[in-house]
Design a protein around this ligand. Structure first.
Ligand SMILES: O=C(O)CCC(=O)C(=O)O
Ligand SMILES: [Fe+2]
Length: 318
């Protein structure tokens, strides 16, 4: 559990950095191994399709990512731990492996979240992997916040209205060390005391215009591998560009109080912790993956999925 001082810091600043939260041996190493296998399978397929050289499939994780970047292949969605917004097909790829489930249900992580929003916790389906290559290796056209720097926003802005009162925490986990140089998070301390601010959908990302807050208050949050940043849904945050020579890899996970809306009810959530009814906790990685597969089957070829409310009509977006 968090110490009272950490809880006080979170309440005052709207975020908390915990340098050692995730077990490297029990969680991060198996997660990296699972991702390496997954990406190797993808690279073999891409090379079979003549989209990349076969040799690319024998590299390590980072080399395979760089080979995909060089080949102009979009590796993001097949590695992500959520389905995408927009049109979903019967075979839209995603990754919901057992090592990801072990991260989502890692006891020290749930303990920290429990310290902030109490003992009845639902794993919220707004969850992503971000594997960000060196900026200089990318074509200028890439704008997605899963690949390049993330613009200023509040996580409340990436849910639908139905979750505006949900008690929620974001847990951002560093798989590789995150530094100012390779694109760590940055936050505006104390900004969680704001209401939700207008978000503008421009240039491929949602952003809060800098007329709405003081971006000179920004604080960068370097975190070692296995560390995490916890933050409030109204905390204004974004991330820096990866100016290093190596990939920068993180997961961002969210938890809400069970019974509150997740903000994406068409994607599956599950009870990650319940002190009052422990038998309701999800224990099966297989069932979790099946829930995502079922959601995909239901949504396939249906109305495209909408994940936020912003149409760019706010005056501040002009
Ligand atoms: O890692 C990033 O670039 C941004 C992450 C983010 O916005 C989040 O975790 O909510
Ligand atoms: Fe965010």
């Amino acid at each position: 559990m968090l110490a009272q001082q950490q809880i006080d810091d979170f309440e005052r600043n709207g975020y908390l950095v915990v340098d050692e939260l995730i077990s490297i041996d029990q969680v991060l190493e198996p997660l990296k191994a699972e991702y390496t296998d997954r990406l190797r399978t993808l690279c073999r397929r891409w090379s079979h399709e003549k989209r990349m050289p076969l040799a690319a499939a024998s590299g390590d994780f980072s080399q395979m990512i760089m080979a995909a970047v060089d080949a102009g292949i979009d590796y993001f969605q097949p590695l992500d731990i959520s389905l995408p917004p927009g049109a979903i097909q019967a075979h839209t790829p995603f990754h919901a492996g057992p090592a990801v489930f072990d991260l989502l249900t890692h006891a020290p992580l749930l303990d920290a979240v429990e310290s902030l929003i109490g003992p009845e916790l639902t794993s919220n389906p707004i969850q992503h992997v971000r594997v960000k290559p060196p900026l200089k290796s990318l074509m200028g056209a890439e704008v997605r916040p899963h690949i390049v720097a993330t613009d200023w926003h509040q996580d409340r802005g990436v849910t639908l209205e139905e979750a505006d009162d949900s008690r929620m925490v974001t847990v951002w986990v560093a798989v590789t060390e995150a530094t100012e140089h390779n694109g760590c998070l940055q936050v505006i301390p104390g900004s969680h005391k704001n209401p939700m601010l207008p978000h503008c959908p421009a240039s491929g990302q949602l952003h809060i215009p800098t007329s709405e807050f003081n971006d000179s208050d920004a604080v960068a949050l370097p975190v070692p591998a296995g560390g995490a940043v916890l933050f409030h849904p109204h905390t204004i945050h974004g991330s820096l560009s990866n100016h290093s020579e190596a990939i920068r890899w993180s997961f961002d996970l969210r938890y809400n109080v069970t019974g509150d809306s997740t903000g994406r009810e068409f994607f599956p959530s599950f009870i990650a912790r319940s002190r009052s009814a422990p038998e309701t906790e999800m224990r099966s990685a297989h069932t979790w993956r099946q829930m995502w597969e079922d959601a995909r089957a239901t949504l396939a070829d249906d109305t495209p999925v909408k994940i936020h409310r912003w149409e760019g009509e706010a005056e501040v977006c002009a």
